[in-house]
Ligand binder design. Structure first.
Ligand SMILES: *Cc1c(COP(=O)(O)O)cnc(C)c1O
Length: 374
């Protein structure tokens, strides 16, 4: 038996739908920037209640394009210390300087306090990351803070397909939201990304940037330093087919999370994730914190070797200032980020997870907790 760390779910009918779409595009020759890309954009915008969507090659490209459209060159961009490398890398690639802010221990996201502490006249943008799929209930306060300072708020919503706060979906809280469809994300296109925005200007800039900075699809004049950031039609077809499952995936994932909440409630010192009022997470990750002093590597090894349960990857095991490539930030003091990265474990959540699998995880975590943390 056992439970894997991750499982990508395409059922028989979805596989057939993708195969049919690919057969069709191979016969028409429409292999990039064609009807499937438009369909995917329209469906993704509708799913999130957004006005405009622009499909691109990756989540990192989506972020970089938004930051290039803002033009952060030579200026600071606030990012949380707890995020994927790509959030900060997109800033660097767009010519900006990442400024690391600490996180709120309850939501694992930026808070108005941690952002305010690092804002300067050189701040060009703030990137909010919905870690694990939870949109912080402080998102409106963050937006208001940015608005007061005249700074755009950008969402890195790579974790947050279909997540919402106050009935509003990820990607609609700031100037633009960037999504990733890397295979580990809640829905995938193989590789790919999406920009959501209310701004027709950002939409137009994104379309220009993704296609080598060309002024028009059919023209050969280049008006921006864009790149090869198009989404291919096969990727768009995979993404469109997978997106149709988002609602049922979220229901399953949320059911798993509620079962974990109940099953793990009695474990001393293990902090399970709390979903604040108004928040509806997609549970991209179920992030729990081990009691201080418990050896995470030993914990993970024990649930794997003793119970066949593989925990999923952390979000994240190192804060950005401890990544070798960001050595110049090494001495930063970001205590909450450091603590959350050191102590977190992520329980497996699959979009087709069974109650039996969920119970296996609960039993494994409970038994190992008794032994290592009890
Ligand atoms: C996956 C991810 C990205 C990057 O997406 P790619 O599609 O792999 O480029 C960016 N930010 C976060 C938080 C992510 O998890």
């Amino acid at each position: 038996m056992g439970v894997p760390a991750a499982r990508i779910v395409f059922d028989e009918s979805d596989r057939r739908a993708v195969a049919d779409a690919v057969t069709e595009m191979l016969s028409t020759g429409a292999l990039t920037l064609g009807p499937w890309t438009e369909r995917f954009e329209e469906a993704f915008a509708t799913e999130h209640g957004a006005t405009h969507a622009v499909a691109v090659a990756s989540g990192t490209a989506a972020l970089e394009i938004v930051l290039r459209a803002i033009d952060v060159r030579g200026r600071d961009v606030v990012v949380p210390a707890v995020t994927f490398y790509a959030t900060a890398a997109a800033v660097v690639h767009a010519g900006g300087r990442p400024v690391l802010a600490d996180i709120d221990p309850d939501t694992l996201a930026l808070s108005p306090g941690t952002v305010e502490a690092v804002l300067t006249p050189a701040t060009a943008a703030v990137v909010l990351v919905h870690i694990g799929g939870l949109i912080t209930p402080h998102v409106d306060a963050l937006r208001a803070l940015c608005d007061r300072r005249g700074i755009p708020l950008v969402e890195d919503a790579a974790h947050a397909h279909g997540s919402s706060y106050d009935g509003r979906a990820a990607g609609t809280f700031g100037l633009a939201g960037a999504f990733s469809f890397y295979p580990t994300k809640v829905t995938t296109s193989g590789e790919g990304g999406m920009i959501l925005t209310e701004s027709a200007e950002i939409r137009d800039e994104a379309r220009i940037h993704r296609d080598q900075g060309k002024g028009a699809f059919t023209a050969n004049h280049h008006i921006r330093h864009g790149a090869s950031w198009r989404m291919s039609e096969p990727n768009a077809a995979v993404g469109t087919v997978h997106l149709r499952r988002l609602k049922e995936f979220l229901e399953t994932r949320r059911r798993v999370a509620r079962r974990y909440d109940a099953g793990l409630a009695g474990l001393d010192g293990l902090r399970t994730p709390v979903e604040p009022a108004g928040c509806r997470s997609n549970y991209y990750k179920y992030v729990a914190l081990l009691p201080p002093g418990v050896d995470r590597a030993a914990f993970k090894r024990a649930v794997a070797e003793g119970h066949g349960v593989r925990l999923s990857g952390e979000v994240y095991d190192l804060p950005l200032h401890h990544q070798p490539v960001f050595a110049e930030y090494r001495d930063a003091r970001l205590p909450v980020s450091e603590d959350v990265c050191a102590r977190q474990i992520c329980l497996p959540v699959h979009s087709d997870m069974t109650e039996d699998e969920t119970d296996q995880v609960i039993e494994a975590v409970s038994a190992v907790h008794r032994r290592l943390a009890g």
